[in-house]
Design a protein around this ligand. Structure first.
Ligand SMILES: C[S@@+](CC[C@H](N)C(=O)[O-])C[C@H]1O[C@@H](n2cnc3c(N)ncnc32)[C@H](O)[C@@H]1O
Length: 239
């Protein structure tokens, strides 16, 4: 029986099982197109792309015209359903969508890729899962292929963002109020058996770089253009 002190384990897979939206700050076509354009700049072309954690396809749909073949992967069937609707609406024929997670995806792939992109997903993985992901992805990359982890949450910048530091109307005396609100949210999350912050885990660039190097990759750091507290880690094999 579930009580306040004995709870069933929270899982991101359960959390996303009925979700249908990708949780971008603005979901207008204009702002999604801008976000996708930023990613396409970093992806920098080539022919084949694996979009891991493609969600409802908000970004994937903008990548499609730029690639010969795209495979979108997600562990949420409701998200994939939304992605499929968008692919059908555009009559795109060069997209495959696969239901899988970070462990099972590899056995479902029958080809290597020029680019592997992971946007807004690292926060739902543990450091061990990030490590395993890079190791496995490495075997599915064509020569000179890259793994792009987009929109990783930077813990320091996220703390500043939460207290309103980047806001145009930042007022110092509000910090105390915001800190109290944050404490109350943590207590209520504990009681409801969900993470204190459904935005997920944050990782400093140093941690991601360390894991990348361990797996034979070098990391290029780029600040996110549209999220003050997020950054991109573009990994390429150390030659
Ligand atoms: C915030 S959404 C981002 C979707 C999309 N990449 C974008 O940026 O628009 C995160 C997605 O990652 C998926 N996801 C999270 N962890 C995953 C995992 N371990 N395996 C597969 N999918 C995962 C979720 O189901 C969700 O659809």
């Amino acid at each position: 029986m579930e009580t306040v002190f004995k709870k069933s384990k929270f899982s991101w897979e359960d959390y996303f099982s009925d979700k249908m939206k990708d949780e971008h700050r603005f979901s207008t076509e204009e702002s999604l197109a801008k976000e996708a354009k930023e990613k396409l700049f970093h992806l920098n072309g080539r022919k084949t792309l694996l979009d891991f954690g493609c969600g409802a396809g908000d970004l994937l749909i903008y990548y499609v015209p730029h690639y010969e073949k795209i495979v979108g992967v997600d562990f949420s069937s409701s998200m994939l359903f939304e992605a499929e609707k968008k692919v059908r609406h555009h009559k795109y024929k060069n997209v495959d969508l696969i239901l899988a997670d970070n462990r099972t995806v590899w056995e479902k792939l029958d080809t290597k890729f020029d680019q592997i992109t992971v946007a807004g997903v690292v926060q739902y993985l543990t450091p061990e899962q990030v490590d395993d992901f890079i190791l496995n992805a490495s075997a599915y990359l064509n020569e000179d292929g890259k793994i792009s982890f987009f929109d990783i949450i930077d813990p320091k910048l996220y703390s500043l963002w939460k207290i309103g530091w980047f806001s145009q109307n930042f007022i110092h005396r509000d910090i105390f109020l915001r800190a109290c609100t944050s404490c109350l949210k943590k207590i209520s999350a504990f009681l409801e058996n969900r993470p204190a912050d459904t935005i997920g885990n944050s990782y400093s660039p140093q941690i991601i770089e360390k894991i990348a190097r361990k797996n034979g990759f070098q990391m290029e750091y780029a600040k996110s253009m549209y999220y003050e507290y997020r950054y991109h880690a573009i990994l390429s094999k150390i030659s």
